[in-house]
Design a protein around this ligand. Sequence first.
Ligand code: AMP
Ligand code: MG
Length: 482
Amino acid sequence: MNAPPIFKFENTYAGLPERFHQRIDPTPVAAPRLIRLNEDLARALGLDPAAIAMPEGVSILAGNRVAPTSVPIAMAYAGHQFGNFVPQLGDGRAILLGELGGRDLHLKGAGQTRFSRRGDGRAALGPVLREYIISEAMAALGIPTTRTLAAVATGETVMRDAPLPGAVLARVAASHIRFGTFEYFGARRDTEGLRILADYAIARHYPHCRDAANPYRAFFDSVIAAQAELIAKWLLVGFIHGVMNTDNMTISGETIDFGPCAFMDFYNPKQVYSSIDRMGRYAYGNQPTMAHWNLVCLAETLVPLLAETEEAGLREAEDAMSAFAPRFESAYLAGLTRKAGLGSSDEDIALVQSLLGLMAADGADFTLTFRRLADAVRHPGQEATVRTLFKTPAALDGWLETWRTRLTPAAASTMRAVNPAFIPRNHLVEEALTAATALGDFGPFERLLEVITRPFNDQPGREVYSLPPRPEQVVHATFCGT
Ligand code: AMP
Ligand code: MG
């Protein structure tokens, strides 16, 4: 008797017309070795973790063997990168193996494709581990995100600024349809392709739109809402994506592509970590503006689907876009007042905004300020631990006094549920990546992952993971290091 297959893929995207993708198998690697399997995620996908960890499973995740049910493809897409349109990007180093229960399984670093241009099609170990850590932290924080099923070492070296160990990341996503996928067809004036893609995206992500009077308008409205909610969630945990190019924005509303991303330590709306973002285009506080900008790019592409004439299509697009700012604002402000244990009146909003002002002026740690305020609700003496986060603690006293009088009855529990104790702090991520890359020591990576996947729990003995960096530990830039 044959063993049951480890993966049972569907291949709906591969079934779309040929111009949507390139049919291509992953390029085998020299010596695949499983670094880490996300067993909980495997089970949630209906997979057997023990079977995946066996040589046959690992060889599929390394790209050395193609599962019998898989039709591997590289997807075509375009995108605006730092404001400039590139009509063809595409999966230059990633290959979609197929879908598992409606979710994509995708290998990043799986070899060259038609879209590789001058790239080697590979990924270095450091960025693979960074994506593993950050994507799983996002998921644990309750933020829509692609997930990481596994990281596999290739036993090969990749050349970047220096020779580095190679790895492959197995990524799970609601889909890999990007704003840039629509732009790819828009740029080619391929309205038929655009319609096929929109119908596919509606069926997969927003099936209710099929019954709307104008399904494509309803679809665009849904994408706008998903982005507005997503960006609000990013800001509420201090997340900075770093490369909000339209090829890195999903139609599903999941966070994708964790390159030079980071969580902010000290509150500063202008904070940038990406070494390539010299203008601060994708700074923390600029993210809502850039999401809007990206949606305008998508809107322009969708015009031919939105109405019979261009003029009417533009009107639909503009009308839809007007919903973004209020939707973002209400999600963000509701989340912000909840973080502070307040209600949602104008006074409550003003109060929490004045706290942000004090935090910015005093370089207070974003995550810890809110978490310690949550603790102080139960134990008033703990306010001292909040004050120490501020350079001039006395400046906070008036605020704390007013805050006490305005707390909601449920503040003690709601604040703990929305304010994490643990985020993957930059200096800890760097430490874990360096140990793995330079020494082959995966201990710090494993331990960090364990802490950040339970972000709302107090974890006695792990307090050091909750602390901001000491001055000598501050990481000023994260490198795109692909
Ligand atoms: P990213 O910066 O990861 O969002 O990628 C932008 C574009 O560059 C995408 O089209 C990628 O497929 C492509 N790309 C990035 N790294 C590589 C590589 N090592 N080899 C081939 N293509 C790559
Ligand atoms: Mg990308």
